[in-house]
Design a binder for this molecule. Sequence first.
Ligand code: ATP
Ligand code: HMH
Length: 268
Amino acid sequence: MKKALTIAGSDSGGGAGIQADIKTFSAHGIFGMSVITAVTAQNTKEVRSVQAIDTDIITDQMAAVFEDIHVDAVKIGMLGSKEIVETVAEALNTYLPAIVILDPVMISKSGHHLLDGKAVTALKTKLLPLATLITPNVPEAEVLTGLSIRTEQDFYKACLSLIELGSNAVLLKGGHAEGNPNDLFYDGKNFHWIKGERIHTKNTHGTGCTLSSAIASNLANGQSLQESIEQAKLYISEAIRNSFSIGGGHGPVHHFHSFSKKERSESI
Ligand SMILES: Nc1ncnc2c1ncn2[C@@H]1O[C@H](COP(=O)(O)OP(=O)(O)OP(=O)(O)O)[C@@H](O)[C@H]1O
Ligand SMILES: Cc1ncc(CO)c(N)n1
């Protein structure tokens, strides 16, 4: 069984963050592990409060995992502060995992800031070059590049700019753009559109976390980067299609949609 590590924040509501990542790893047959960077008091409607985890214990969590267990892939989500970005970058430079998927989480679906403004420069200079792939949504790519992203042409420009900043590969997600949620993948050589159909639901809490963890899982399972992204897009699309209306805000996606389908067909 392959093993993946998420370095991210906890979502008490269970739809995003560490909880979404571990569910996604499990749904892909991957053994999931976690380094918790922050605890959020969160549900489908709001983030009530956030407590950052001390950097000492973040370093210790990284050491505890890497010094004992082989890590096939790392996924990075919410980091919160400049100090945590630097701590995580330092540990990655020590343990040098082969696969690192960086989801540069900045704002929750409910509109709460999950990354301090001062952390952006550290994320760009210290973490971005260590990532195999970075998976920003449109607002995150705008903050990282300083560009305004509206048209298809803007998507190409933003990907080029993110590679210039030191990324190895970019998946610019179109979930926040107008029309169909098409994502642009650029590996520094070729562009590929990863196309989707918009599903009309408000239950999209944790879509970004789930997509990046699915990509990390597929890579850990030996697929190529492009194949991992294409398979992850199919997985997130089905997860959104089967999402849950729980709570009064943005409900979570269904991480185990393929299992419950199998169970349903077996019981017929
Ligand atoms: N309504 C939708 N229908 C179909 N696909 C969607 C929809 N919304 C987002 N997606 C897709 O889901 C994936 C995650 O993208 P999104 O842009 O929502 O991430 P995000 O904003 O980082 O999520 P999060 O709010 O969890 O941080 C992308 O592949 C995107 O195209
Ligand atoms: C802990 C956490 N990480 C990431 C997101 C992004 O959706 C969120 N809402 N909460």
